[in-house]
Design a protein around this ligand. Structure first.
Ligand code: THU
Length: 143
């Protein structure tokens, strides 16, 4: 069972590294995300844009898809996200609405309420997924 305090710097560093993998030629807004699991594993993602702009995938969604493909179902402890123009980090960014829902699916499978670290150059906004997405619709609603 991992402890966020021990893994916090590694999680943020992983998100910083992930931002270098962003494919964002249209917005030039490069985003990196890192997911921390109860076994201490960290899974990362970066945004993947598309010439058909609306098909672009956010960093958090890519990280969730990679985690799912690796067999991870739940046990999501924390998420770190950062991004900015050309990958330069200034103000913290929060996960978009769609990513909140995608993160909720992974979290709900393990009944966790992950800490969300929104990393800025000087400021870190630390919150919880349940704060970003209250009264979420999830797998439990489907019975
Ligand atoms: N983006 C993310 O990767 N995550 C978010 O939570 C917000 C937005 C990406 C999508 C798009 O490639 C770029 O940032 C500009 O919106």
């Amino acid at each position: 069972m991992t402890n966020l305090n021990e893994s916090r710097e590694a999680l943020i560093a992983a998100a910083r590294t992930a931002v270098n993998s962003a494919y964002a030629p249209y917005s030039n807004f490069h985003v990196g995300a890192a997911l921390l699991f109860e076994d201490g594993a960290i899974v990362t993602g970066a945004n993947v844009e598309n010439a058909s702009y609306g098909l672009s995938l956010c960093a958090e969604t890519v990280a969730c898809a990679i985690a799912s493909h690796a067999g991870r179902r739940g046990a999501l402890v924390a998420v770190a996200v950062l991004g900015g123009p050309g990958g330069r980090i200034d103000a913290p960014i929060t996960p978009c609405g769609r990513c909140r829902q995608v993160l909720n699916e992974l979290a709900a499978l393990g009944s966790t309420d992950p800490v969300v670290l929104c990393i800025g150059a000087k400021e870190v906004l630390e919150t919880r997924l349940s704060v970003l997405l209250p009264n979420a619709f999830g797998p439990a609603q489907l019975g």
